[in-house]
Design a protein around this ligand. Structure first.
Ligand SMILES: [Zn+2]
Length: 112
């Protein structure tokens, strides 16, 4: 009986260290968000300061429709947020963890 009890404790401990489905889904979606050059450029620009959709399109020389599409992807993952100023939407970063990962990755790419 003693050995069975130990076995159960071991299983419980292992279970606690396992990633649940929701966590796995969010982590993989977040890496997916960071795996596209356009989205990397948008997030890196927003790390500087908040920008409107127009400003992002101008700075990155991209179509406004492309920028809007990518911003909604990033918004769904809660990586960006917006506030309305009149008819203008001002976007900014909404997650310090992910921005930290992105900046680390940029540093990594540039240190060689
Ligand atoms: Zn490195």
């Amino acid at each position: 009986m003693g050995s069975l009890h130990e076995k159960n404790e071991g299983n419980t401990k292992q279970y606690k260290n396992q990633l649940d489905e929701e966590t796995l889904f969010i982590v993989s979606q977040t890496f997916k968000a960071l795996s596209e050059p356009t989205r990397i450029k948008i997030l890196h620009l927003l790390a500087e300061r908040p920008h409107s959709v127009n400003e992002i399109a101008e700075r990155l020389e991209m179509l406004q429709s492309t920028v809007s599409h990518q911003l909604s992807f990033l918004k769904n993952l809660r990586l960006v947020k917006y506030k309305r100023e009149g008819t203008t939407m001002i976007y900014s970063c909404d997650d310090a963890h992910v921005m930290g990962v992105l900046e680390q990755m940029i540093d990594h790419a540039q240190h060689h």
